[in-house]
Design a binder for this molecule. Structure first.
Ligand code: NDP
Length: 333
C-alpha cells in the first residue's frame, strides 16, 4: 500500500531546531474529495520564516500547532484530481506542507510553467522569495536609478534577486554576505557592484569603501550588528525595507538593541517592515516582470538543492541560520 511521509511538529523548539522537535513518519495516503486534487511533492522549500512559524505568540500567521503537518511551500505534480482547474500532470506550487503527498482545494496554488524555468526555480526566484525581493525593493524601499542599495544575506534566496533587480533599475548594488566565496559569486556572477563579507572583521570600514556616496536603501534581511552597521551609514531620507531578522530567529532571550537608532531620527529614515503576503493581489504583475527579466537573461537564480529527503528536514532547515546554504535552500524528495 502506498503511504505518505509526513513531517509534523513534535514540540516548540528552543533555540536552534533539533531533530527531536519534529516527527517524520509514514501515514496513510490522503484521498482527494470532490473539488480537490492530490499533489506528489518533489521539492520542499526551506525558509527562515519556518523558525518563526513554530513559535507561540503574535505574528502574521497563526503558529503551526503541535502535532500539525509542518507548514511549507512545496512544488510537485498533480497525480489525482477531482478539481475543475487542476489536471493530472500539472506542475504546481503552494503551501502543501512538508510531506510527500498533499491534498489541496487549489487555494493559493499556482501552476508552474516548467517550459520557462525548472520546477525548483518556482520556489525561489520565480516564487515567494522573488516576489519578496520585487515588492520590498520597488514598493517598500522605492529604490530608483542612481541610488546605492545595500542588501544583507545577499547570496540567499531573496537577497540575490534584490541585488539583480536593483542593478536592472540602475542602482549601485552592494551585497553583504558571509565569506569570500559568496562575495565573489555576487560580483563575478550576479553583477553586484561590490560585496562585503560580514565575517571579515571590518564590516564598517569595508561597507564605507563599497558605498562611497553613503547608502540610500537598505534591504534588511539579517538584523543585529549587520543592520546596526548599515544604519550608521544611511543617507538623509534613506529607506529601509525591513524584510527579515534572520540573525535573531533562534534567540532564546530578547536580542540586544540597536546602537544606531539615532540615525533614523537625524537622517529622517523611513523604516518599514513588510510581509510579501501584503502584496498578494499583485503577484501576477510581479511574476510577469520577474519572468520577463529571467527570459531576457537579466536575472539568474542560484538554488541549493539537497536530495536528502524529508528525514533530513530539521537538520537542513538549521543550515539557514549558520550560513551553510548557498542560494535558495530546497529539499528534494
Ligand atoms: P537565505 O537564503 O538568505 O538564507 C539565510 C542566510 O542568512 C544565510 O545563508 C546567511 O547568509 C544569513 N545569516 C544567517 N544567520 C546570520 C547571522 N547571524 N548574521 C548574518 N547573516 C546570517 O534566506 P532567505 O533569502 O529565504 O531569507 C532572507 C531573509 O528574508 C530572512 O530574514 C527571511 O525571514 C526574510 N524573508 C522575509 C519575507 C517577508 O515577506 N518579509 C519573505 C521571505 C523571506 P550568509 O552566509 O551570507 O551570512
Amino acid at each position: 500500500m502506498k503511504t505518505n511521509t509526513v513531517v509534523r511538529l513534535a514540540r516548540r523548539p528552543r533555540g536552534a531546531v533539533t531533530t527531536e522537535d519534529f516527527t517524520v513518519r509514514d501515514e496513510p495516503m490522503p484521498e482527494p474529495g470532490e473539488g480537490e486534487f492530490r499533489v506528489a511533492t518533489r521539492y520542499v522549500s526551506l525558509d527562515p520564516a519556518m523558525r518563526g512559524w513554530v513559535n507561540e505568540g503574535r505574528s502574521y500567521v497563526p503558529p503551526v500547532g503541535i502535532g500539525d503537518v509542518m507548514r511549507a511551500f512545496a512544488a510537485g505534480h498533480v497525480e489525482a484530481s477531482r478539481h475543475p482547474r487542476f489536471r493530472e500532470g500539472d506542475a504546481v506550487t503552494g503551501l502543501f506542507g512538508a510531506q510527500a503527498f498533499a491534498v489541496s482545494d487549489g487555494e493559493g496554488v499556482s501552476v508552474a510553467d516548467t517550459s520557462l524555468a525548472p520546477l525548483p526555480t518556482w520556489l525561489g526566484g520565480l516564487g515567494m522569495p522573488g516576489l519578496t525581493a520585487y515588492f520590498g525593493l520597488l514598493e517598500v524601499a522605492r529604490a530608483s536609478r542612481g541610488e546605492t542599495v545595500v542588501v544583507s544575506a545577499a547570496s540567499g534566496a531573496v537577497g540575490q534577486v534584490v541585488g539583480q533587480i536593483a542593478g536592472i533599475v540602475g542602482c549601485r548594488t552592494v551585497g553583504i554576505a558571509g565569506g569570500p566565496r559568496k562575495c565573489e559569486f555576487l560580483t563575478a556572477e550576479l553583477g553586484f557592484d561590490a560585496a562585503v563579507d560580514h565575517r571579515g572583521g571590518s564590516l564598517r570600514e569595508d561597507l564605507a569603501t563599497a558605498c562611497p556616496q553613503g547608502i540610500d536603501v537598505d534591504f534588511e534581511n539579517v538584523g543585529g550588528p549587520v543592520f546596526d552597521t548599515v544604519l550608521a551609514q544611511m543617507n538623509r531620507f534613506g529607506r529601509v525595507a525591513l524584510c527579515g531578522l534572520v540573525s535573531t530567529y533562534n534567540a532564546t532571550e530578547a536580542p540586544p538593541g540597536l546602537k544606531n537608532v539615532r540615525a533614523i531620527l537625524v537622517m529622517r529614515l523611513d523604516v518599514r517592515g513588510f510581509i510579501v503576503f501584503d502584496f498578494r493581489e499583485r503577484y501576477d504583475e510581479a511574476l510577469q516582470a520577474l519572468a520577463g527579466w529571467y527570459k531576457e537573461g537579466r536575472l539568474r537564480f542560484r538554488e541549493d538543492i539537497r536530495a536528502d529527503g524529508l528525514s533530513a528536514f530539521p537538520t537542513v532547515l538549521g543550515e539557514l541560520f549558520t550560513g551553510a546554504n548557498f542560494g535558495k535552500l530546497i529539499l528534494e524528495l
